[in-house]
Design a protein around this ligand. Structure first.
Ligand code: B12
Length: 235
């Protein structure tokens, strides 16, 4: 049973952490911001909590501040780039990675420059042992197809934030689904437009969408077990 009091206290704490993190970055104290984050880890907050409740929530807050003209676009760029630097530090120094043999490719669709969401998902899956090929932003459909045909992937995870980029995503998924050698690869999509419409992924032609890391972990695990059962059946 969920204890709402404990949950509320935890959320209040995270709001304080988020605000302290924003303050440190805007004071140009990147070093102290990094130490602050590493200290949360020492206090036994999980990386997932830090990623989702401190980084993600601070970025959402920055987005609101930008929309309300409280900060300039330069401040917003500076904040997101600083967060990427800190995430890279955590990725290199704080993750234990024990490979589980599943190969995943992650990136954003052509036209899409919002990458921190998919980088978070990709980092957290890496921490779970998935072998990650991270391609970053604005990847042309042709390049995805070339990359997919050269390698053997269990799943592709693509992120879209701006609705205007959904057409490109649909084209990519269509190209993937046409290829016989990619039939077994799971196509997973996510990002802002998928929060609004839980059936959108079907219209796009994808196999699954995830709002969060838990959905994806569960789906990939379930698929793994399903594949295992299928292969055992044929032995
Ligand atoms: C940082 C930022 C930028 C940076 C991005 C830097 C970078 N390297 O990523 C830059 C400066 C490039 C940028 C540019 C623009 N931005 Co901007 N940006 C943001 C901001 C502040 C934060 C985004 C972010 O990192 N969020 C944190 C991450 C962790 O959250 P997330 O993306 O939602 O990801 C989570 C889930 O969605 C999910 N998820 C995401 N992808 C995937 C994929 C899969 C497969 C799965 C399973 C899950 C999943 O998992 C993540 C963890 O929970 C948002 C504000 C906001 N509310 O999000 C605006 C925002 C997204 N931007 C916006 C706009 C309008 C723009 C511009 C058009 C501005 C302009 N006029 O130039 C351009 C467009 C650029 C482009 N073509 O892509 C609007 C979008 C409005 C809309 N809904 O259409 C927002 C909401 C700001 C606002 N309040 O209006 N932006």
């Amino acid at each position: 049973m969920i204890n709402f009091n404990t949950e509320n206290k935890k959320l209040e704490k995270f709001e304080q952490f988020r605000d302290e993190y924003i303050k440190l970055i805007f004071n140009n104290e990147l070093d102290r911001a990094l130490k602050f984050i590493l200290n949360l880890k020492k206090m036994n907050f999980s990386i997932k909590d830090i990623y989702l409740n401190v980084f993600r929530e601070s970025l959402y807050k920055i987005g609101d501040m930008w929309e309300n003209n409280e900060i300039d676009v330069g401040d917003e760029h500076y904040f997101s780039e600083s967060t990427k630097i800190i995430m890279s530090h955590i990725f290199v120094n704080e993750f234990n990675h024990e490979e589980n043999q599943k190969n995943i490719i992650c990136g954003t669709i052509e036209g899409e420059y919002h990458e921190i969401g998919i980088k978070m998902i990709s980092d957290l899956l890496y921490a779970e042992g998935f072998n990650i090929n991270y391609l970053g932003t604005n990847v042309p459909i042709k390049s995805y197809m070339r990359f997919l045909n050269k390698n053997n992937f269990d799943a592709i995870l693509i992120s879209v934030t701006l609705k205007k980029n959904l057409d490109n995503l649909k084209k990519l998924v269509k190209s993937i689904k046409k290829e016989d050698n990619l039939k077994k690869m799971m196509v997973i999509v996510g990002g802002y437009p998928f929060y609004e419409d839980s059936n959108l992924y079907k219209k796009i032609g994808a196999d699954f969408f995830g709002n969060d890391i838990e959905d994806i972990q569960f789906y990939l695990k379930y698929e793994k077990e399903r594949n295992l059962k299928i292969s055992l059946f044929f032995i």
